[in-house]
Design a protein around this ligand. Structure first.
Ligand code: EPZ
Length: 417
């Protein structure tokens, strides 16, 4: 099993380009099921999760493949078998987003329940609630969600909490429903906005994405289109933190910096210098640094997917910080590993109290989930000696060739089989 070895202590410098957004890509690939014909997505990141979605689309009977280093092609004809098997869905929860498109286009679907994961129980009740409002009959059968409808009708869906994939799943179904659907307390993430733009280019009528009230006027049919995926705001934030944890000077390009504002704001609060242009951000150390308070929240709040990375950074800042995780109930798996590297962190409920400033020391550590593993690689960049991050398959789910990108900035990092 691959592992990543980081020799800490090198100051990172230079420019690096963010890959396309993983989370946008997964939703866009699910949306291709809504239309017959050929869809092409470009600027697609080369990730294990994308391969997983391609495999799922093929299992459903679509023709789905890579047609270029960062381009995928999907043809979802009439011969789709709307059943998403447990073996594929359990590997990647985002697979559950095929439910809405399948029910909307084919009137029936059978999709394995995704189950929990390392960061939380993660139920899908809001997805099902929304589909039921649109006239879907939902039946839970032996670990599968079975949905049937005689034809979706628009309605008012009020989400009990902000859910990104829930908003996306129901929005996709509503695009082919008869009449108007209103999504209230909808998620405002950039990935929701990009999906709405994609659906509108397919011929849908989605308005208000980016706000917490989205209106969808259903249409009879959608057409397949081509699309270029936006840059990955979480990967970009991770690369900026990688530069800053070494007190370096790094510029990340290929992103819409507006999507990163909550991260940039926290890095400025610590005392780092951030210069943002429309599609690039330069981050560097310039003067005294201090501890801060960070609490994760739905967009435009501070992203939970950036929590482990900023915690690793705060471990190196002289001063006290508090990191509170409000989105997922079990997203501190990186804390015991950071403590193994000498970090002074105390967990109290959903908050981690970080007393930073002591030099981290390299150690063998275990990755437990995608973003936790990114946090450990970052800590390794600042640590004394070697850090060996095991189970890097977690990191390959969401970061394209991370060790090569960090090496291009001067990091002493390698992958070992
Ligand atoms: C998306 O997951 C992202 N995944 C996650 O990124 C991200 O952490 C999360 O949004 C929050 O930003 C993809 O887009 C593929 P939620 P999602 O539904 O949509 C609860 C990464 O690292 N909830 O917004 O599954 C849920 O348990 C991944 O790239 C319900 O209770 O997250 C959580 O506490 C990890 N019932 C909260 O809402 C539901 O039906 C927010 O989850 C749905 C959600």
């Amino acid at each position: 099993m691959d592992r990543i070895v980081v020799q800490g202590g090198t100051r990172l410098e230079g420019e690096v380009r963010a890959s396309g957004s993983k989370n946008s890509t997964l939703a866009l690939m699910a949306a291709t099921l809504l239309a017959q014909g050929e869809s092409r997505l470009s600027n697609v990141p080369r990730l294990r999760d994308v391969d997983g979605m391609l495999e799922l689309l093929r299992a459903l009977g679509a023709n789905a493949e890579w047609v270029g280093p960062h381009e995928v092609r999907v043809v979802a004809g009439e011969e789709i078998n709307p059943e998403a098997p447990y073996d594929l869905v359990r590997k990647m929860r985002a697979s559950f987003m095929v439910l809405g498109p399948l029910v909307a286009r084919f009137g029936t679907a059978r999709v394995s329940e995704p189950g929990g994961c390392a960061i939380g129980v993660r139920p899908v009740d809001q997805h099902l609630k929304g589909l039921e409002v649109l006239g879907t009959k939902v039946n839970l059968d032996h670990g599968y969600v079975e949905c049937t409808t005689g034809g979706l009708r628009g309605g008012l869906v009020r989400f009990d909490m902000n859910t990104v994939n829930g908003t996306q799943n129901v929005m996709m179904a509503a695009a082919l429903a008869q009449g108007e659907t209103v999504l209230e307390n909808a998620a405002r993430e950039p990935e929701v906005v990009e999906l709405a733009e994609f659906l509108n280019r397919m011929g849908a009528d989605v308005r208000g994405a980016g706000g917490d009230r989205i209106t969808v006027r259903g249409v009879a049919e959608l057409r397949a289109v081509n699309h270029t995926v936006a840059g990955d705001r979480i990967e970009a934030g991770t690369l900026l933190c990688a530069g800053l944890i070494t007190r370096g000077d790094v510029t990340v390009t290929g992103i819409d910096t507006a999507d990163l504002e909550s991260t940039l704001e926290k890095l400025r609060q610590i005392g780092f210098l951030l210069e943002a242009g429309p599609d690039r951000v330069r981050a560097r150390h310039d003067g005294p640094l201090r501890g801060i308070l960070v609490a994760t929240a739905p967009f435009p709040g501070y992203a939970t997917d950036m929590q482990a990375q900023i915690m690793a950074l705060l471990c190196t800042i002289d001063g006290s910080s508090v990191v509170t995780e409000r989105v997922f109930e079990n997203r501190f798996m990186h804390v015991p590993e950071l403590q193994r590297m000498g970090a002074d962190i105390t967990l109290t409920g959903r908050s981690a109290h970080v007393r930073g400033g002591s030099r981290l020391s390299g150690a063998p550590v275990m990755a437990t989930d995608l973003r936790a593993s990114a946090g450990l690689v970052l800590a390794g960049l600042a640590a004394e000696g070697d850090t060996v991050v095991n189970r890097v398959y977690h990191i390959d789910r969401g970061y394209e060739r991370i060790e090569e990108k960090l090496r291009s900035l001067g990091a002493d990092i390698r992958r070992e089989a």
